[in-house]
Ligand binder design. Structure first.
Ligand code: SF4
Length: 271
């Protein structure tokens, strides 16, 4: 493994951030190459169009580069250098698919890239915590957390859970009641989107696998989502688990009182 590959494969959020820098370089080189190939024809056909493409291309590259710079700065320092103008979203939407492609070239699986993205997202969540409205917190769970053999229908109404202890849903309902927050269980992205539209949360804690969390975080924008990966000892979508302690700490972290306690005590909640 070369040093360059080692740099890319460094664990945590830097896998995604390093891949993003590489993707940006590839994007810029590709854009210039494309322009080099088509510009003679476009200039002859229509000089105004030629200038239009140049200016739009330049603005696009400046936006994506600026967005990535602010994302890296905010994620690394966990300080808010992002502004609420969607630049972050444009950057991620453009670079994410290139990251997945380049990751595969360097032997980094899609799920590793996605996991790293979730860590970047969570660090940006912390960086922008002062801007987060905490009044309507929703915990969004995947249906696969429920015991596969459970006869009780909890989609649509988690109160149908009998808290028998055969899966973690009962414990999570306990957290919901303790902190008086909203909770929903969804079978997939479409239902999760519907829940968000209906309940209008201002902030979400989402539990899911790498793929669903990544798409959910991007779909929910501009609502901030704190992502927690589920654990899948029996394979995908079957009797999955979540780290309950981490989930509760995330709820505490987002609830006002504990934020204050964290600030006064310098006690890291470790989410
Ligand atoms: S804890 Fe609730 S959801 Fe899980 S098996 Fe028991 S009744 Fe079903």
């Amino acid at each position: 493994m070369t040093n360059f590959e080692k740099t890319l494969k460094v664990r945590g959020k830097w896998t995604f951030l390093n891949l993003s820098i590489l993707s940006l370089v590839v994007l810029i080189l590709f854009s210039f190459l494309l322009w080099y190939l088509i510009s003679p024809r476009v200039s002859v056909m229509n000089p105004v169009l030629s200038w239009g493409i140049r200016i739009s291309g330049l603005l696009f590259i400046v936006t994506v580069t600026g967005g990535l710079f602010l994302i890296i700065l905010s994620s690394a320092l966990e300080k808010d250098f992002l502004f609420p103008h969607g630049e972050k979203q444009i950057t991620l939407k453009v670079l994410f698919p290139i990251n997945l492609f380049l990751g595969r070239l360097f032997g980094i699986s899609r799920d590793q890239v996605r996991e790293s993205f979730i860590q970047v997202n969570n660090s940006l969540f912390k960086a922008t915590e002062k801007r987060i409205q905490r009044d309507r917190l929703l915990i969004l769970l995947p249906h696969c957390l429920q015991n596969f053999d459970c006869p009780h229908k909890i989609i649509g109404d988690f109160n149908n859970c009998q808290r028998c202890g055969d899966c973690l849903i009962g414990d999570i309902v306990g957290i919901q009641q303790k902190y008086k927050i909203d909770l929903s269980v969804a079978t997939g992205g479409t239902l999760a989107r519907k829940v968000i539209v209906d309940k209008k949360p201002t902030v979400i804690i989402a539990v899911a696998c790498e793929r669903d969390l990544c798409s959910g975080i991007q779909d929910a924008y501009p609502i901030p989502v704190y992502g927690i990966l589920n654990q899948r000892p029996y394979g995908p979508c079957l009797n999955t688990f979540v780290d309950l302690e981490r989930l509760e700490k995330a709820v505490q972290y987002i609830s006002d009182g504990v934020i204050d306690a964290k600030r006064h005590n310098h006690q890291c909640v470790g989410i």
